[in-house]
Design a protein around this ligand. Structure first.
Ligand SMILES: Cc1ncc(COP(=O)(O)O)c(C=O)c1O
Length: 392
């Protein structure tokens, strides 16, 4: 008999009833150190008092009014995002997938309005992940995500990661309008795009008049130690997808764009019932107040260096099980020699939550405000998990 919850997930036998900072607590009182943070969502940990206050204060005033009216919290969050990024304008969504939908629509509408309606093709990369909607799975293109769901949304081509010749050839085609890429691939196995490649992509897009779309759903909002990951490379996109961390656990996403890239999106061309609602934006405003701050981001970088150093030590101590550490900021991956899923399972035994990713990688995406003590605890629990796996 089919379970009452559609069985699209292989769930671990854990049910959490409470969260405190970087910790999740089971009904029986067991405490797990959460290095997944809801897959890069709980940017400030669980039950953060500032976020709880922002949400509950707003909840007592106004939940929802629809986008037929001005929404003050939405306006102020849009202003903060514009002030702190390349963008001139923002549309709010409820998830990364919805941000992908709009990014694709915006790019196509741009060329339609510019009198180049043939430029509908979007270049994407193998190993990428952009969400589970029809546009999202077509953009990512992997068989795992698309098999059985055809006919797929047309107009995407997929290039191997790091194949510069293929990229140059694709970008020169007259039907290509945009390139979509994660500055750090998340689901694909924590693969950062080197700064040189980021710059090369920008140059290529400028040369051919192509829009550059960054998917910063997982790597954005302070995760890599800059507010947005592309800042490390010193270049900017035309369109950017955001979600996850911007809501700190409350569903919120956004598409940020330059005035030029957004020029086709006039009244009536897009909408969302819930996108930019007062509750989500009250939380998003508080997230921005805390994270878009040099001192906070400096701490993320310091903690990232500390965690990375400890992970390097664990890899050195377990050469049969682990191969290397990679990633950026607090978006780290341990490439495994053992099966990554087995290490994640061993983590449950050591009461530490890790997240599997592609390319046999185990992901660490802890809250950005994880404490030094919890980083030390994380290292000792991962070490214990690796030891348990070796002794199994
Ligand atoms: C890079 C990237 N893009 C898009 C998405 C889809 O986001 P959501 O699950 O909020 O729809 C994800 C989710 O993991 C992601 O990591």
């Amino acid at each position: 008999m089919i379970p009452s919850v559609l069985p699209t997930y292989n769930r671990a036998p854990l049910s959490f009833v409470k969260g405190e900072g970087s910790w999740l607590i089971e009904a029986d009182g067991r405490r797990f150190l959460d290095l997944g943070a809801g897959i890069a969502v709980n940017a400030l940990g669980h039950a953060n008092p500032d976020l709880v206050a922002a949400l509950t204060e707003q909840a007592g005033k106004l939940w929802h009014v629809s986008n037929l009216y001005n929404i003050d919290q939405q306006q102020s969050l849009a202003d903060k995002l514009v002030d702190n990024s390349f963008a001139d304008t923002v549309f709010f969504t409820n998830s990364g997938t919805e941000s992908c939908e709009l990014a694709v629509k915006m790019a196509r509408k741009y060329f339609y309005e510019k009198g180049q309606p043939e430029r509908t093709t979007i270049v994407a990369f193998e190993g990428s992940f952009h969400g589970r909607s029809s546009a999202g799975i077509a953009a990512a293109g992997s068989e795992k995500m698309t098999k059985g769901f055809g006919p797929l949304l047309p107009g995407f081509v997929h290039l191997p990661w790091g194949d510069h010749d293929a990229l140059r050839e694709a970008a020169a085609k007259p039907d290509v309008g945009a390139i979509i890429v994660e500055p750090v691939q998340g689901e694909g196995g924590i693969r950062p795009l080197p700064d040189q490649c980021m710059k090369g992509l920008r140059d290529l897009c400028d040369e051919h008049g192509i829009l550059l779309i960054f998917d910063e759903v997982q790597c954005g909002v302070g995760r890599t130690g800059k507010l947005f990951a592309h800042e490390w490379a010193g270049i900017t996109p035309d369109i950017m997808m955001v979600a996850k961390g911007i809501g700190g656990g409350f569903p919120l996403g956004a598409v940020l764009a330059t005035e030029n890239a957004a020029s086709g999106m006039t009244a009536g061309t897009h909408g969302s019932t819930y996108g930019g609602n007062p509750l989500a934006c009250a939380v998003g405003n508080k997230i921005m107040d805390i994270i878009a701050d040099d001192a906070f981001l400096a701490e993320v970088n310091r903690k990232a260096a500390l965690l990375r150093q400890k992970l390097e030590g664990i890899v050195a101590a377990h050469p049969e099980t682990l191969e290397s550490v990679r990633g950026s900021g607090l978006m780290l991956g341990m490439k495994c020699k053992a099966t990554n899923l087995d290490l994640v399972k061993a983590g449950y035994g050591a009461a530490v939550l890790l997240v599997p990713a592609g390319d046999n990688v185990v992901r660490l995406l802890p809250p950005l405000n994880i404490t030094d003590e919890d980083i030390a605890e994380a290292a000792s629990r991962i070490d214990a998990a690796a030891t348990a796996l070796e002794q199994a």
